[in-house]
Write a protein that binds this ligand. Structure first.
Ligand code: ATP
Length: 269
């Protein structure tokens, strides 16, 4: 029951192998979060402080949440996941209190990765927000962020689709000083995502994921769109080969022989 409390999720089981493409972003996260969590003494010895905060930004469905989960899982850190809008519309003073609680829980369970989705909702530009209440929340957030430190084993990974509306004070050195773009995959990256998403599926021999990735209908597909395509293909395959038979005939041999055909033709676009 304790992991059901606000802001807590079960330890994520996302490994690097579950993520396709995004090589540059993964390398950066490896060096600035995973390695410092696993080998703090190495960073200590050369006097390098890794950033305490990182911003993943870009359009929805391209893997920001997935990356944050993989960082926590690969470094065996605990993981606290919250969404910006959860802290809005609370009674006076309550938003600040819940924010402080998140950081306090993180320090208590260090090493810990805090994933803060839709950060722009909590830290909007103070010049435009012009609202006393929201600027108090921004100040609380900044002071909590200043209080964490990679040496204390607490890392913040924030995510936003709208980095332009974030208060610039948040992006100053020593706070969130690494901004990583998580963008829609290119056609050259799509095969890697298809492979990652179908790696535990028995694929039909004729399926050529490189070919599927080049289908013009997949142009502009996000990782989430590709995940939907793969899932639809698997469901359709079950429908055709397994559930099509009468219930008495339904047998394990049958599912053993099931092969998934991933094909853009079968996807409702
Ligand atoms: P949002 O801004 O809506 O929160 P997001 O960028 O956090 O989006 P995710 O939730 O990480 O996106 O991705 C949604 C789903 O899309 C994932 O659960 C996964 O199935 C799939 N996906 C996205 N990108 C990738 C990728 N690079 N490799 C494998 N799967 C991916």
């Amino acid at each position: 029951a304790s992991c059901k409390r606000e802001g807590f999720t079960a330890a994520p089981k996302v490994k690097w192998g579950d993520i396709g493409a995004l090589k540059g972003v993964r390398d950066q996260l490896q060096m600035s979060v995973i390695a410092p969590i696993k080998h703090p003494e190495v960073y200590e010895s050369v006097g390098v402080r890794s950033p305490s905060g990182i911003l993943l930004w870009g359009p929805p469905g391209c893997g920001k949440t997935l990356l944050a989960k993989a960082v926590a899982c690969e470094s065996s850190a605990s993981f606290i996941s919250v969404k910006g809008p959860e802290f809005l519309n609370k009674f006076l003073g309550e938003s600040e209190r819940s924010l402080r609680q998140v950081f306090q829980r993180a320090r208590a369970s260090a090493p810990c990765v805090i994933f803060f989705d839709e950060i722009d909702a909590v830290v909007p530009r103070r010049d435009t927000a012009a609202n006393e209440n929201s600027s108090r929340v921004v100040n609380t957030f900044l002071s909590e962020l200043d209080g964490i430190d990679s040496r204390g084993g607490v890392f913040l990974i924030a995510a936003s689709n709208r980095p332009d509306v974030i208060d610039p004070a948040l992006l100053r050195p020593g706070r969130i000083d690494k901004l990583l773009l998580v963008d829609v995959p290119t056609s050259a990256e799509r095969p890697e995502i298809l492979r990652a998403l179908s790696k535990s599926m028995p694929l039909e021999e004729s399926v050529d994921l490189n070919q599927v990735a080049l289908d013009p209908r997949l142009e502009g597909f996000t990782g989430a769109d590709i995940a939907a395509l793969v899932k639809d293909a698997a469901t359709l395959c079950l429908k055709r080969t397994v559930f099509n038979t009468s219930f008495e005939e339904f047998s394990l041999t049958r599912t053993d022989q099931t092969r998934v055909k991933i094909n853009a033709d079968d996807f409702e676009m």
